[in-house]
Design a protein around this ligand. Sequence first.
Ligand code: ZN
Length: 201
Amino acid sequence: MPKAVAGPEIERLIQLLARLPGLGPRSARRAALHLIKKREQLMTPLADALAVARQKIVVCTTCGSIDTRNPCTVCTDPRRDASLIVVVADVADLWALERAGALNARYHVLGGTLSPLDGVGPQDLTIEALVSRAHGEEVKEVILALSATVDGQTTAHYITDLLQDAHVRVTRLAHGVPVGGELDYLDEGTLSAAIRQRTPI
Ligand code: ZN
């Protein structure tokens, strides 16, 4: 075991930082040192922000997203189109879609995807709440923005069946060539999906 270069408090800080996604032990050390050097400008405000967020974080009972208010910021934004619900597996997917800025919609966060192998069934996800939302008068379309994996597609089919008698259009994301992607590098599954879902120019 390597010798410690700092007291246990700093070692603990490094260990905790190393658990963050995208930070390995080396970058965790760099981040810890940066925080220590910038105590006033960064470490103190960060510690305060963490403490406040920890107290206030709630799950939105309407859409399943995470926020510091319930109903959440997205659900209560009057500028969003209430006729459109985008279904995602996780809050990270919601944030990713919002970064893309292609939609002005409400969301529904499932909390995962159906996975018989991992023992994730419909009762573990917010599917029931989604079905009742989809029956709401103002809802016209439900977009299933789920991963192109077996579990993602199983979940999409399951939800589509349940939405049969709701008066909504059920759509899903297109599968195909990524923007900036070279055909030569794509796998056969992606290429054949792109051919099947070709669109007129
Ligand atoms: Zn919400």
